[in-house]
Design a protein around this ligand. Structure first.
Ligand code: GLA
Length: 348
């Protein structure tokens, strides 16, 4: 079901699409492919919206920290917004201090996508299409992007990303949902129990660019191999936590890059019993503990979002890969198809 959500300054209409299947309810905007709300039941069957967002398009435009959005052309940071490809230098807009973050000032999160609903057996969903022209936000090549959101008969939310280009370029697409399984606006997620299937993570420099050498999580606050409360080690005086005001790091998933989605992470809110598990084809997972939420935004339910009121688990290739030859490649050439899949499963 499609309804009018709002209008952009130039008069472009923004629509909201509502999907429900297998007990999961999803509201998606064509603006940014934003998941505006995602509702799931708790152990007593009570529904809550477990994803941070806004009520109006004006709020999204004015300053959303990527709430629920599709991220592209490049998820996370590219150092100094620069890379060299086939001998040519490229400069991206800098929107994160000295660096380029999440595709630049006008990333895919701020574009209006073309949306086509579908039904496929027990599944329902939306195809989202976007063309990013050669040179847009400094990236070479016209990129044709197709993202499919599927709500399966079992209530899973599956994302399939696809892209092709007419010139060599770098691509790293992800989804930037802020999770709070107790319900958005209910306070901190520090009691949520998180498990990440990664023995290593990527330490960063003070500008949050990976230094390049993965480090063992063993014996550090970054160890989530066994589920533990998010808040347990967040105040440990570890240099890496100081740089990012919490966790904002790419985990190197033990499974690596896989042809099929495999387990990456699990999250559980003890108060409601709601659970989320994430499987992906991607080798990386950015765990961001909502460090930059600072009490200046009022969310969907009318409550203020403060630091640590949600967390993001962004499946991806590693940050700054265009400048880090030892990382799995994010290079896409004409004739190739970029394809990745991430599945979010809910329970209680
Ligand atoms: C990612 C980045 C963070 C931050 C958030 C959005 O997780 O790594 O540093 O930019 O997105 O605020």
């Amino acid at each position: 079901m499609k309804t009018l959500f709002g209008e952009l300054a130039d008069g472009t209409k923004v629509s909201s699409w509502f999907l429900e299947n297998g007990g999961t309810r999803l509201r998606v905007l064509d603006y940014g492919g934003i998941v505006q709300s995602l509702e799931i039941p708790d152990r007593d069957g009570r529904y809550a919206n477990v994803s941070l967002g806004f009520d109006t398009i004006e709020d999204y435009i004015a300053g959303s920290p990527y709430f629920g959005a599709l991220i592209g052309r490049y998820g996370n940071r590219v150092a100094e917004g620069r890379f060299t490809l086939d001998g040519e230098n490229h400069q991206l807009p800098l929107n994160d201090g000295a660096h380029s973050l999440h595709g630049g000032t006008e990333g895919f999160d701020r574009r209006v996508w073309e949306v086509e609903p579908f039904t496929d057996g027990p599944d329902v969903g939306l195809h989202l299409y976007l063309t990013s022209v050669d040179g847009e936000m400094g990236y070479p090549g016209t990129l044709e992007v197709k993202v499919t959101y599927t709500l399966t008969g079992g209530g899973d939310w599956r994302i399939d990303y696809e892209a092709t280009t007419d010139k060599a370029t770098f691509v790293n697409l992800t989804s930037h949902v802020y999770w709070n399984l107790a319900g958005e606006g209910t306070g901190s997620v520090q009691d949520h129990e998180l498990e990440i299937a990664a023995s290593r993570y990527l330490p960063v420099d003070p500008g949050l660019i990976p230094t390049g050498e993965p480090a063992d999580v063993a014996g550090t606050p970054f160890d989530f191999r066994e589920a533990k409360a998010i808040g347990r080690d967040l105040r440990v005086a570890h240099q890496q936590l100081l740089y990012s005001k919490g966790v904002d790091h790419n985990y190197v998933l033990d499974k690596g890059l896989t042809a099929r989605p495999e387990h990456a992470a699990g999250l559980r809110d003890p108060s409601s019993g709601r659970t989320l598990t994430i499987a992906t084809t991607e080798p990386g997972l950015q765990f961001y503990s909502g460090n930059f939420l600072d009490g200046t935004l009022v969310g969907t339910g009318g409550n203020i979002y403060r630091q640590g009121d949600a967390l993001c688990l962004e499946t991806q290739r590693f940050p700054d890969s265009p400048n880090q030859p030892s990382f799995p490649s994010t290079l896409l050439r004409p004739g190739q198809t970029y394809r990745t899949t991430t599945i979010h499963s809910f329970g209680c």
